[in-house]
Design a protein around this ligand. Structure first.
Ligand code: ZN
Length: 148
Protein backbone atom coordinates (compact mmCIF):
# COMPACT_ATOMS: atom_id res chain seq x y z
CA UNK A 1 0.00 0.00 0.00
CA UNK A 2 1.48 3.32 -0.93
CA UNK A 3 1.66 6.08 1.61
CA UNK A 4 -0.95 8.20 -0.16
CA UNK A 5 -3.47 5.39 -0.03
CA UNK A 6 -2.79 4.93 3.64
CA UNK A 7 -3.36 8.63 4.28
CA UNK A 8 -6.53 8.48 2.27
CA UNK A 9 -7.69 5.52 4.33
CA UNK A 10 -7.19 7.38 7.62
CA UNK A 11 -9.14 10.38 6.32
CA UNK A 12 -12.01 8.21 5.09
CA UNK A 13 -12.10 6.34 8.37
CA UNK A 14 -12.32 9.54 10.42
CA UNK A 15 -14.97 10.87 8.07
CA UNK A 16 -17.08 7.75 8.43
CA UNK A 17 -16.59 7.38 12.16
CA UNK A 18 -15.62 10.80 13.52
CA UNK A 19 -14.08 10.66 16.99
CA UNK A 20 -15.47 12.88 19.74
CA UNK A 21 -18.46 13.83 17.61
CA UNK A 22 -20.46 14.97 20.63
CA UNK A 23 -20.91 17.80 23.09
CA UNK A 24 -18.82 17.21 26.23
CA UNK A 25 -21.01 17.23 29.33
CA UNK A 26 -19.00 19.90 31.05
CA UNK A 27 -18.18 22.20 28.15
CA UNK A 28 -16.58 25.42 29.33
CA UNK A 29 -16.25 27.15 26.00
CA UNK A 30 -17.21 26.71 22.40
CA UNK A 31 -17.02 28.41 19.05
CA UNK A 32 -18.62 28.06 15.66
CA UNK A 33 -16.60 27.99 12.50
CA UNK A 34 -17.75 28.37 8.93
CA UNK A 35 -15.90 27.88 5.68
CA UNK A 36 -18.03 29.59 3.02
CA UNK A 37 -15.88 28.30 0.16
CA UNK A 38 -16.93 24.73 0.82
CA UNK A 39 -19.91 25.09 3.13
CA UNK A 40 -18.25 23.38 6.12
CA UNK A 41 -19.85 24.33 9.43
CA UNK A 42 -18.56 23.05 12.71
CA UNK A 43 -18.83 23.83 16.38
CA UNK A 44 -15.93 22.94 18.65
CA UNK A 45 -16.53 22.37 22.36
CA UNK A 46 -13.80 22.50 24.96
CA UNK A 47 -13.81 21.52 28.59
CA UNK A 48 -10.90 23.48 30.00
CA UNK A 49 -9.92 23.05 33.63
CA UNK A 50 -7.05 25.15 34.85
CA UNK A 51 -4.54 24.98 32.05
CA UNK A 52 -5.66 21.63 30.65
CA UNK A 53 -8.02 20.58 27.92
CA UNK A 54 -9.85 17.83 29.77
CA UNK A 55 -12.29 17.09 27.01
CA UNK A 56 -13.01 18.22 23.49
CA UNK A 57 -15.76 17.46 21.03
CA UNK A 58 -17.29 18.78 17.85
CA UNK A 59 -20.52 18.82 15.89
CA UNK A 60 -21.42 19.99 12.44
CA UNK A 61 -21.55 19.17 8.79
CA UNK A 62 -18.95 19.40 6.10
CA UNK A 63 -16.80 17.63 3.59
CA UNK A 64 -14.67 14.60 4.40
CA UNK A 65 -11.52 16.68 4.88
CA UNK A 66 -13.09 19.12 7.36
CA UNK A 67 -14.69 16.31 9.34
CA UNK A 68 -11.61 14.10 9.39
CA UNK A 69 -9.47 17.06 10.39
CA UNK A 70 -11.80 17.94 13.28
CA UNK A 71 -11.89 14.31 14.35
CA UNK A 72 -8.10 13.96 14.30
CA UNK A 73 -7.73 17.29 16.08
CA UNK A 74 -10.01 16.36 18.95
CA UNK A 75 -8.07 13.13 19.43
CA UNK A 76 -4.80 15.04 19.45
CA UNK A 77 -5.91 17.75 21.88
CA UNK A 78 -7.38 15.74 24.70
CA UNK A 79 -5.27 16.08 27.82
CA UNK A 80 -3.02 18.75 26.30
CA UNK A 81 -2.24 22.06 27.99
CA UNK A 82 -3.38 25.26 26.34
CA UNK A 83 0.21 26.02 25.48
CA UNK A 84 0.66 22.61 23.84
CA UNK A 85 -2.59 23.11 21.94
CA UNK A 86 -1.36 26.43 20.59
CA UNK A 87 1.95 24.86 19.58
CA UNK A 88 0.11 22.07 17.80
CA UNK A 89 -2.05 24.64 16.02
CA UNK A 90 1.08 26.34 14.70
CA UNK A 91 2.67 23.06 13.61
CA UNK A 92 -0.52 21.96 11.89
CA UNK A 93 -0.90 25.31 10.19
CA UNK A 94 2.68 25.11 8.92
CA UNK A 95 2.04 21.58 7.69
CA UNK A 96 -0.95 22.43 5.54
CA UNK A 97 0.34 25.76 4.22
CA UNK A 98 3.94 24.78 3.43
CA UNK A 99 4.87 24.62 -0.26
CA UNK A 100 3.77 21.29 -1.71
CA UNK A 101 7.30 20.28 -2.60
CA UNK A 102 8.76 20.80 0.87
CA UNK A 103 9.23 17.82 3.12
CA UNK A 104 6.95 17.36 6.09
CA UNK A 105 8.33 17.04 9.59
CA UNK A 106 5.57 14.79 10.71
CA UNK A 107 7.08 13.51 13.93
CA UNK A 108 5.48 16.01 16.25
CA UNK A 109 2.15 15.77 14.49
CA UNK A 110 1.60 12.03 14.55
CA UNK A 111 -1.60 11.08 12.75
CA UNK A 112 -2.34 14.70 11.88
CA UNK A 113 0.35 14.42 9.23
CA UNK A 114 -2.12 12.55 7.02
CA UNK A 115 -3.57 15.94 6.14
CA UNK A 116 -0.33 17.15 4.58
CA UNK A 117 -1.78 16.14 1.19
CA UNK A 118 -4.16 19.12 1.21
CA UNK A 119 -1.20 21.40 0.45
CA UNK A 120 -1.59 20.38 -3.16
CA UNK A 121 -5.20 21.61 -3.15
CA UNK A 122 -5.38 25.23 -1.94
CA UNK A 123 -9.18 25.09 -1.67
CA UNK A 124 -8.85 22.19 0.74
CA UNK A 125 -6.48 23.97 3.09
CA UNK A 126 -9.41 25.94 4.47
CA UNK A 127 -11.35 22.73 5.01
CA UNK A 128 -8.46 21.16 6.91
CA UNK A 129 -7.74 24.20 9.07
CA UNK A 130 -11.35 25.14 9.93
CA UNK A 131 -11.50 22.99 13.07
CA UNK A 132 -8.21 24.41 14.28
CA UNK A 133 -9.19 28.03 13.83
CA UNK A 134 -12.49 27.26 15.54
CA UNK A 135 -10.70 25.57 18.42
CA UNK A 136 -8.50 28.63 18.91
CA UNK A 137 -11.58 30.84 18.82
CA UNK A 138 -13.25 28.63 21.43
CA UNK A 139 -10.27 29.12 23.71
CA UNK A 140 -10.89 32.82 23.66
CA UNK A 141 -14.67 32.55 23.22
CA UNK A 142 -14.69 34.52 20.04
CA UNK A 143 -16.41 33.67 16.79
CA UNK A 144 -14.76 32.85 13.53
CA UNK A 145 -16.54 33.17 10.25
CA UNK A 146 -13.97 32.45 7.64
CA UNK A 147 -10.58 30.82 7.96
CA UNK A 148 -7.49 31.67 6.06
ZN1 ZN B 1 -14.66 21.42 3.04
Amino acid sequence: MDIRELYQEVILDHNRRPRNFRVPERTTCKAEGYNPLCGDKITVYLQIEGDLIQDVGFQGTGCAISKASASLMTDALKGKSLEQANALFTQFHDLVTAPAASSVSADALGKLAVLAGVREYPMRVKCASLAWHTMRAAMTNTHVVSTE
